[in-house]
Design a protein around this ligand. Sequence first.
Ligand SMILES: [Zn+2]
Length: 430
Amino acid sequence: MAVKSKLLFNLLAILSFLFLSVDTYAEVYVAERWAFQDKPQSFTLEAGQVISLPLSIVPNGKEKHKIRFSSQGTLFSDINVYVCDDKNKDYVLSSLNHGCSHFPIDGDRILDINNVNGSGKWLIIDNRHSVFSSKNVSYTKYTTFQVDEHTSNVIQSELSNVLTGLQEVIISPVFDMNIAPCGTANAFSEQKSGAITLCTELLYKAVLENNMEAFFGIFTHELGHTFLNLWGSPNFTNEKTVDEFAAALLFIIENIESKTPQPPNDLDVSAQNILEGLIQFFSDGSNVQGEVGAAFAGNQHPLSIQRINHLRSIISNPIPFVKRWTSELYPKLTTYALQQIIDKPHIGANIDLAKDIIKNRQSCVDVELDPVGCKVVPVSTEMVEGVSKVDGINNTPSLTQELLSLSKLYENGILSEEEFEKAKAKILDK
Ligand SMILES: [Zn+2]
């Protein structure tokens, strides 16, 4: 697990680098027990044949083995499964008396094997009692283990940084995040709260396939569900919209730099690379396609060939695609993020729009109602000079209210420090 853990920390370091952070209001929960599932195996066991599979139980771990047999639809009771230590394994294979645990098989069977502290143990599948009947065997190993406190704390704090970092870039209500076993290589965005669960099985699978880009891409996809949901978009369950949103977000924020030093990492986190990793993840291995295809927000949203092709077409010509999305996404970005885009434009950037939004925000103090409530008001001299002459109603707020509103804008990261000071001076000058 050492190498895999290292990769994981790399990913987390990258996430926290991308979304720099100051402090947080959202919660991150890291489950005490994690789970992962090895790639399912399928093979045929001929009549008279026996095989032994090594059991490599992780420290503080517990394995569950799901073994399914079939034989051209016929019933059978001539197969045996054993769990043995090294010595008894040899006894079983030599058909001698042995001290192995014996599991008679009647179709589907989940074997629970308890932690043996990594000592050598074997799973033996024995079809030697059968004279004629070969068996088709599908075998999945599911492992759960206790995460040590230190690892858990590191992950918890890194993910907290990710969430607070997101708040610096994107204007959104806060949401929680979970790292937890789900029973499947999956990720979820909870409809009610927008909380995101990244399943440990998905993380493990990405590590196993050396494709952390895909994990990052799936995380961004779930962010798409969550943001669109929390912003009140009726399309937040539309997979195609969410795919596009995630892809656009990756391109739009890819040049946004952290104020904090960049931790060392060996992952290329460009939008292009992450999307390619995602496509590869979901295109690989036709026999597991169905299983991993469900990784997008639950089983009801399988990643279809159409969606993979759609991602491919985005990558092949991203500029017009990104351009279309700037008007949707820029108003949801913080002033800090927009300023970064102006300084270091992403492909298909709309600098004028970013400038307009920033200018508009500087003139807007009506933030009590909605932090992005000023977004649609066109910039006019009247708006810049005065305060709220809209509708001809004299609702000029008090000096205190204005200052409070302004400081809230600053606290929420919508205004930079410089903008805040300027606007404050303007209010006090009146
Ligand atoms: Zn989805």
